[in-house]
Each structure stands twice: as C-alpha cells, then as structure tokens.
Design a protein around this ligand. Structure first.
Ligand code: FAD
Length: 465
C-alpha cells in the first residue's frame, strides 16, 4: 500500500496513526501527507484559540505517528489542478497523485467561511475565519482589524468559533500574553478600544450552538460582564422536555456573568432571536455602520427561525460573520448541495454516483465542518478501518483511478523537484522550527514576563513565514 493523504490536519494524522496500529508491523507500506501550508496540523495551529493550549496536546500523538519511518510529510505542496490560495506552494496535479499511489485519502477540511447573503464582505464586515487567520498569523492572514478605532463589534452566529473571537476581544492583553499569541497580534490588541461585543443568534438559548465549556469561559471572563438576559428568554415552553445540556445552559445564563454588569469597562451580550437583514456602511449621516436585524421566533414544528415582521437597527463598527465553513467548490468530488466532498461509507463517490476504488474522504472534508477534534478523530479511525477492510475484501463495482502497483520509493516528480529546490518542508524540518519556536517562547517568558515558562501557558514564539 502506498497512500497519499491530501491535507496535513488532524484527520490526516489520525488516519495515519490508526493505520500504523492496524497494519502488520512487517508490512512495507508508505504514507505521504501533503499540505499546502508549510507547517503540519491544520486548524490545530491556525484555528484553535491560543488560550486553549490543552486542545493542542493532540500534536504529541501526531509527532508519534510521524516518527514511523514509513510516513513522510510534505508541507508547502498544493494538490489539485486549481491555483493555490498560497502563492509560493509547489503545485502537485491530481494526475500525479493518481499515477504514483495505490490509495488516496482526501483530508482537505472545509477551508472557506459561509457567508450571509445580507452581509457581503466590506471594510465594516469580515468573517470570523479572517479574524482567526489574523490572530493565529495564518500565512494568508489579512491586515489587522482596526481595533484602535472601534468600540462596538457584532458577531453573527453563536457557535464556539464566535465565542473564541469574542474572548480574544474581551480578554485583557496581559492575560493573553501568557499564551501562544503572536507578538504583532498582541500589539494590536493592546491598542484596542473595543468596549462591547454583541453575539447575535437567530434562535434562542435552547438552540444556541456554543458548548458549556465555552459559555462558562465567557461567563467567567475576568475583565468583562454580560448584559443580563430578560427572564422570559430563559423560560422554556411548557411541556417541552430539556436535555441536560439545555438545563445547564439556562441555569448558567440565569446566574449571569461573574462580574456584575456595569462594573467592568468591557461588556458583552447574547442577542437571541435576531437575524441580519442588511448593513448600511458609514456615510455622511452616520459615522457608524447600521446593522438591521429581523426579529424571529422558533417555529415549534420545524425548529427553524421565522421572522415576526418586526425589525430593529443597531449602530456598530464591525460585523463579524461566524456561520460555519464549507469546502472549496473547485475541489474534485465537491458536492455543492452538501458543501463538502461526496462520500459514502468513507469512500469518495463521483458526480455520476460511482464509488472510486481505494479513494477515501476523512475529517471535515467528508463530514462537513461539524464537531470538535474528538469527532474528527473517531471519523478518521473509521476511515482507517475501512481502508484495511477494503484491502481484505475489495468492494465490487468500483472504478479504478489509481496505480495498483506503484514503486514504494519513488516520489512524484514535482515533489522530487520541490525537495531538491528546498521548497518543501518535511517533518524533521518542521520539528526544528517547532523547537526553535518553543525555545524563543521560553526566553520571552523569562525575559519579558519574568516568569519561568512552566508558570505560563506561553510555549511558543511564532516564526512567521
Ligand atoms: C476556528 C476554529 C477553532 C476550533 N477550536 C477547536 C477547539 O478548541 N477544540 C476542538 O476540539 N476543536 C476545535 N475546532 C475543530 C477542529 O479544528 C476540527 O475538528 C479539525 O481541525 C478538523 O480536522 P481536518 O483535518 O478535517 O481539517 P483541517 O484542520 O482544516 O485540515 C485540513 C488541511 O488540509 C489542507 N488542504 C486543504 N486543501 C488542500 C490542497 N488542495 N492541497 C494540500 N493541502 C490542502 C489545509 O491547509 C489544512 O491544513 C476548531 C475549528 C475552528 C475552525
């Protein structure tokens, strides 16, 4: 077996790690991971919020999988026939993958933000993904948001990513300094004049997408307080049974934030039953943007938000949409209806409905952008098991697109050239950068904060590329 995994995020590493476990130790197979980013681990490096260092511990498992001599990682390689969103990447056409490998897993994630039809991108409206790319200093990071010129931010959507962005805007910069926040991001946050963050959701507290852990972090923010919710919002309808999670959300929201509203310089609110209906950018009449919100109720039959006909307008400085993610429409086997690749029982299915032999989808590329790392891991393990089972019992009637008998040692010629020109980052190269980032992080913790690194969550000084 010679397997190419397209993408080097968590799902790619979890598939590889599981295959190492499932395949016989004596089997001489190869697993090659390709990522368009120069560094491995996908959203673990360029997504997970810096103040969640414990989430990033999964990289130890990825390091272990990469230690196996049968695995190689090739960073800065964009697979596919379309132009890469990153300028400097080595281009590896899909035809080269198909002719050089016996097995392929697409683990390309969902890399694009879902947009709201009423909120096109503008100087007053950006996506949560752009904010995340900025504060993690993703190679495609946009210029910093003008935090020193604004006081009111409206976040559209109330999932965990929205709460990550809110926390970054409401946490004192000296607290953030103890985490893996890039220096130039801290400089911008230090100048921030943001006073209020409004988190807008089209349904109510019982349907909110955030999890308890993230809500609790918001409630306990040391330097911010929440606008109390109207008691009627926290009353469930009679006869509607609540899940344990819903009961706990209502209890937490009824108690309100740790800091009493009005006692802190920064505040935040959960604005339920509101759906964006338009945004007027600043003009000679209004110095701030005007966000129109349609009031909604939840239809008990469909659980969908429906407009009541009432609207209101909020003066705001920056609208940030956090409505989820989708795959790249130009990617092979992308299903526009689903917003991700088309798979059946982990196997890729073509437009014509044919299952491809030994071609699989894993992680967010296959399931859509749902679930935390634990869910991505379970899915990846399942994909690895499917690969192993298919080796024993090949699925009938599948279309063959791969090379059934490739040379284990040969690399695609584009990769050979990229390695020779030193345009490709392999895992040992990454480990050298990783160690240097950690070393500089410790120096910084000691010199600038006067702390030993183990007393902080600060582990890393980001080396930009
Ligand atoms: C902002 C944010 C915060 C999150 N925070 C948490 C958290 O705190 N805790 C938690 O448990 N989960 C969190 N998650 C969820 C978690 O990140 C996902 O479950 C997980 O990253 C999905 O893994 P994946 O490998 O499918 O996708 P990804 O992590 O997106 O990896 C996909 C990789 O494929 C690469 N790629 C795409 N196209 C190509 C191509 N054509 N050629 C080469 N490479 C390509 C991308 O560069 C990327 O590195 C968060 C998600 C987001 C968006």
């Amino acid at each position: 077996m010679k397997l190419a995994i397209i993408g080097g995020g968590p799902s790619a590493f979890y598939v590889a790690s599981r295959l190492h476990k499932l395949l016989p130790q004596t089997l001489d197979y190869r697993i090659h991971l390709f990522d368009r980013l120069w560094s491995p681990h996908g959203l673990v490096r360029y997504g997970v919020a810096p103040d969640h260092p414990e989430v990033k511990n999964c990289t130890h498992k990825f390091d272990e999988a990469a230690l196996d001599r049968r695995l190689r990682f090739f960073g800065n390689v964009n697979v596919g026939d379309n132009p890469s969103p990153l300028q400097h990447t080595v281009k590896l056409p899909l035809s080269s993958i198909f002719s050089n490998y016996s097995h392929v897993v697409f683990a390309t994630g969902c890399t694009l933000p879902k947009r709201h039809s009423e909120l096109p991108p503008s100087a007053s409206c950006t996506s949560a993904l752009s904010m995340v790319h900025w504060y993690t200093q993703h190679p495609n990071a946009p210029s910093p948001p003008p935090l020193d010129k604004i006081s009111h931010v409206s976040l559209i959507g109330n999932g965990n990513v929205s709460l990550d962005v809110a926390r970054m805007l409401l946490t004192n910069v000296d607290v953030l300094r103890k985490y893996d926040v890039p220096e130039r991001v801290l400089d911008v946050l230090a100048e921030s004049t943001v006073k209020h963050v409004s988190i807008v959701g089209r349904r109510g507290p019982l349907e909110a997408a955030f999890t308890m852990k993230e809500l609790r972090e918001m409630i306990n923010l040391p330097d911010a307080s929440m606008v109390p919710l109207a008691p009627e919002l926290l009353q469930p309808s009679e006869g509607v049974p609540l899940t344990r999670q819903q009961t706990r959300v209502l209890q937490l929201l009824s108690k309100g934030s740790k800091n009493t509203f009005g006692t802190t310089a920064k505040t935040w609110s959960l604005d339920f039953y509101r759906s964006p209906a338009g945004l007027m950018v600043p003009s000679s009449e209004n110095t701030r943007s005007q966000l129109s919100l349609a009031h909604t109720v939840v239809d008990p039959a469909t659980q969908r938000a429906v407009p009541t006909g009432e609207t209101s307008t909020v003066a705001t400085d920056l609208v940030v949409t956090s409505l989820g993610f989708h795959g790249e429409p130009t990617a092979p086997y992308f299903d526009p209806g689903l917003g991700h690749l088309r798979t059946l029982s982990n196997r890729i299915v073509t437009n014509a409905g044919t299952t491809l032999r030994n071609v699989y989808g894993s992680g967010w590329a296959s399931t859509g952008a749902h679930g935390v790392l634990a869910a991505t891991m379970m899915n990846a393990y399942d994909v690895a098991e499917t690969i192993v089972n298919d080796r024993m019992n090949p699925v009938e009637g599948t279309e063959a697109v791969l090379n059934p008998d490739p040379s284990l040692e040969e690399l695609p010629e584009e990769v050979v050239h990229g390695v020779r020109e030193r345009n490709i980052v392999e895992y040992p190269d990454w480990k050298r950068i990783d160690e240097e980032e950690m070393r500089r992080g410790q120096v910084r913790a000691r010199l600038l904060l006067g702390l030993s690194a183990h007393k902080t969550h600060f582990q890393r000084f980001f080396i930009g590329v």
